[in-house]
Design a protein around this ligand. Sequence first.
Ligand SMILES: Cc1cc2nc3c(=O)[nH]c(=O)nc-3n(C[C@H](O)[C@H](O)[C@H](O)COP(=O)(O)OP(=O)(O)OC[C@H]3O[C@@H](n4cnc5c(N)ncnc54)[C@H](O)[C@@H]3O)c2cc1C
Length: 566
Amino acid sequence: MSLPVKLEEDLSDLETMPMFYFPRYLSPFDPKSSPHHFFDVLIVGGGLAGLRAAIEIDPNLRVLVVTKDVARHSSSAWAQGGIAGVIHSEDCFENHVGDTLAAGCNLCERPIVEMVVREAPERIKELICWGTTFDEEAGELALGKEGGHSHHRIVHANGDATGAEIMRAMASWTDRLPHVTLWEDAFTIDFLTDREGCRGAVVARAERQIALVWAKQTILCTGGAGQLYRETSNPEVATGDGIAAAYRAGAALRDMEFMQFHPTMLYIAGSNRRLITEAVRGEGARLIDCRGERFMGDYDERMELAPRDVVSHAIELQMRKTRHPCVYLDMSHLDSGMIRSRFPGITRVCKKFDIDIAIDPIPVRPGAHYFIGGVSVDAEGQTSVPHLWAAGEVTASGLHGANRLASNSLLEGMVYGAHAGAAASRAAMAMADNFTAVPLSQTPTSMHEDQLDLADIRNSLKSLMWRNVGVRRSQSGLEEAAAMIDRWCRYVLPRQFVDVEGWELQNMLTVAYFMIDAALAREETRGVHQRIDFPDSNDQTWRQHIRYQRCGSEGYPQRSDSPLSV
Ligand SMILES: Cc1cc2nc3c(=O)[nH]c(=O)nc-3n(C[C@H](O)[C@H](O)[C@H](O)COP(=O)(O)OP(=O)(O)OC[C@H]3O[C@@H](n4cnc5c(N)ncnc54)[C@H](O)[C@@H]3O)c2cc1C
C-alpha cells in the first residue's frame, strides 16, 4: 500500500484522500482564558543552535528560549567526538569541503558546504571566547580525526565530552544576558500562524497550563528525531516535535528519507544505548566479529575509517553473516594509558559492566543517530513560512547531502544559529511593537472517552521503524511500515490529548509518515538511504531533494522534487 501523498501535478481530487488528516493545531486553545506573553524573538529549543541564536539577538530586543525538559538535556550536551574546522596549517578549506561533499554522496548543496566550512574557525574561536575549554597538546588545540575526514581537524573537550563542555560554557554565557529569558519544562505544541506568517507558539507549561507566546520572529531549534527508533543514541527529547509542528504551520520539509545510523552504539543488556564515538576508530580501534575476525576490509578499503553509512551497513551484514546480535570494537593493540585518558567517559561507562576498554572487546551495533532531513531552510535559516526561522538538526540545510560527515553538525548548529539569530534580530528590529493577540482559525480535534495505551503504540512504532525503516530498506518492508503508520495515524492524529505523551506520539507518527513516504519514493541507494532492492545510486533521476508541503485544510502533504542549486 502506498501513502496518501499528493504529487504536485495531481491536486484536483483531494476529496478522494484517506480517512485521516493532519490537524492544524494538536490542542485547542482559548485566547480568552489563556495567559498571553509578548516577546520580540521566541527561540524554541535550548541546545547549541538555540543558544547560539539567542546570543546573536540585539540586546534591545526581548528574547524567550523554551526547552521541553531541563536545558541540559539535549543532543548538544551529549556530543562526544567534537566539532570540525580547518585549524592545522597543513589542512585547508578545500579539503574540508571535499570531504563533506564526498560523504554527502552527490546531494550536498555546494554553496552551503563552502559557507559552513569557511566559517568554522571563526565559530570555534567564538566558543573559546565564551568560555569553552578545548583539549590542547603542546599549547595548541588538539585535533582529532574521524571517519571520512582526510585531515586532523576535530576540536574536542575533556576527551570525549565535548558537548557537555560547550553547553556548560554556552549556558553560563547566555545566563548573563539580561534580555534573554529561559523557560524550562515548556513544551511547544504548535506555532501560531495567520496570513502574515508565524506569530509565536502555543506552549504547555508546568501543570499543563497552555500559554500563548506572541513573538515578532520565531526560531525553531528543536533538534532531531532519533527517538522514533528502538535503537538510538539520542536523548528522550529528540521526538521530532519541531519538524511536525513546522509542517502543521505550513513549512516545507525536505530530505526526510535520510536518517544517519551511527555504527557503534554500546550494546549491553541493561545499559542505555550509549554511543561509542567515532574518534575511537580514529585512534586505531578495530572492528571484529564474534569470531574475533577483523571484517571491514571485506567491505571498504578505508576499513574502520570509512564513512558512517558504509560502516553501519557492513556491521549489519556481518551480524547477519555471523548470526550474532552485535560486533565488537577492539583496542587491545593500542596504548592502554592513551586510550583511558583520551576516552574517560566511555572508560567509565564500560567499567560499570566489567569491560576494560583497553583490554576487552566492546560490544556495539548501529543505532539512529542524526536526522539529516527536516525543515527546509535557506542560507540564513529562513523557512518557507514568513517570520519562522530554523537552525541546527531540525533543519534540512543542504550541508549534509545524503550522509553527514562526522562532527559537522555542532558546526552547523553554530553557523545556522548565528545566521538565523542575526536575520531574525534584524527583522524584529524593523517591526513595531504590537501587543495584541490576532484571531486564528483552528481545526477541530475530538476528545475520546476511551484511553489509548500510548506507551504501547510508541514502543510498537519504534520497533517498526527499526525493523522496516532502518539501515537496510526494501519496498516490501517500507510498504508494511506505511500501512501500520496509516492505521495508527487514523486513530491517533484526530484525537485531542492534554499532555506531552500524546502530543509527542502525534509528532512522532507525523515525522514517521514522511520518512517512510520519502524512503519509498527514493528508488535508489544513496548515502544513509540503503535500498536492498535498488542497490545503486541513480544520479540521472535522483540527484534531487524530495520536498513536502502542507496543502488543503486537511493538511494533506504535497510532494515535489526540487533540484540541487548546483
Ligand atoms: C550521543 C551523541 C553524540 C554526538 N556527537 C557529536 C559530535 O561529536 N560532533 C557533532 O558535530 N555532532 C554530534 N552529535 C550530533 C549533535 O550533537 C546534534 O546534531 C546537535 O547538537 C543538535 O543541536 P540542536 O541545537 O539542533 O538540537 P539539540 O541540542 O538536540 O537541542 C534541542 C532542544 O530543543 C528542545 N525541544 C525539543 N522539542 C521541543 C518542544 N516540543 N518544545 C520545546 N523545546 C523542545 C529540547 O528541549 C532541546 O533544548 C551527537 C549526537 C548525539 C546524540
